[in-house]
Design a protein around this ligand. Sequence first.
Ligand code: FVH
Length: 299
Amino acid sequence: MSDVDVRTPVTVIGLGDMGVALAGAFLDAGHPTTVWNRTAAKADPLVARGATRAETPAEAVVAGPLVIVCVLDYEAVHGVLDPLADELRGRTVVNLTNGTPGQAREVATWADEHGIGYLDGGIMAVPPGIGTPQAFILYSGAREVFDAHKDGLEVLGAATYVGADPGAASLQDLALLTGMYGMFAGVLQSLALVRSAEVELPEFASTLLVPWISAMTTMVPHYADQMQRRAYGENVVSNLGMQSVALDNITRAHDEQGVGLELLAPLYALIRKRVADGHGAEDITGVAELLRAAKGARA
Ligand code: FVH
């Protein structure tokens, strides 16, 4: 049994769309739940469901051993938490605010210096999904802190530990979002192309686009293996030379239909460069070699 069970008091700071969903899940699971939000009225529906309203962040965090923070950004995180180092000593902060790995590590160092347990988290769900079987949340930080609170955190969604580096959850959260936005870019470009021919978009989407994209996701583990080993020419499925010819057709079709290709043009340019550099026999994964090392990149 972990330190947090159905009787353990939980504090939720930040009652935007996500914070309300998080606090609601704790209430539904029977946790005494204390809430605080900058705009106090947003707590009203939760108070009606049994939550305790704290008048100040300090009052909120001393209500229990586990403090969940879910605000807009890290500026807000620092604004709320930095003055509360004394009150938080000996408690655990689980910060579910979206941010960068560097921002997460910075807060973790601050927490460590003040005797505060700290987990950083990345929520992989939208607010209505919290507490459903589809929801999962990435956590990183000290393993013993995660183990102590895992059972309580499970009420929000599957609690998935990704490592001791406090920045790990944020990094993997942002990587998952990156994959999602890449997919959205392709979806929008695809729908724009067929819309130009007055195709019924909902039917095209449900009968063709979704099954096609779903089938293509089965390639992801193969691509991940190629990228892990930088073995872009091994077990090639669809060589880049062939793909670049198809890309020319996609480009011309957009021109013919009068649709701009802005969402995918950068990818196509990289593919053409990779082919021009002599890698036409490889899979698409080799295109990742063309990503420039960013300033400040970690090894
Ligand atoms: N909603 C979603 O779909 C995504 C799912 C994945 C995770 N994200 C992240 O969750 C964080 C909170 O998102 P949210 O959906 O709750 O966002 P809002 O509804 O816009 O609420 C923002 C809350 O932050 C409070 N806040 C903003 N600035 C400050 C500040 N300086 N000091 C204190 N609190 C602040 C705001 O308070 P108020 O405006 O109501 O007074 C809201 O409680 C976020 O990182 C997502 O990326 C959500």
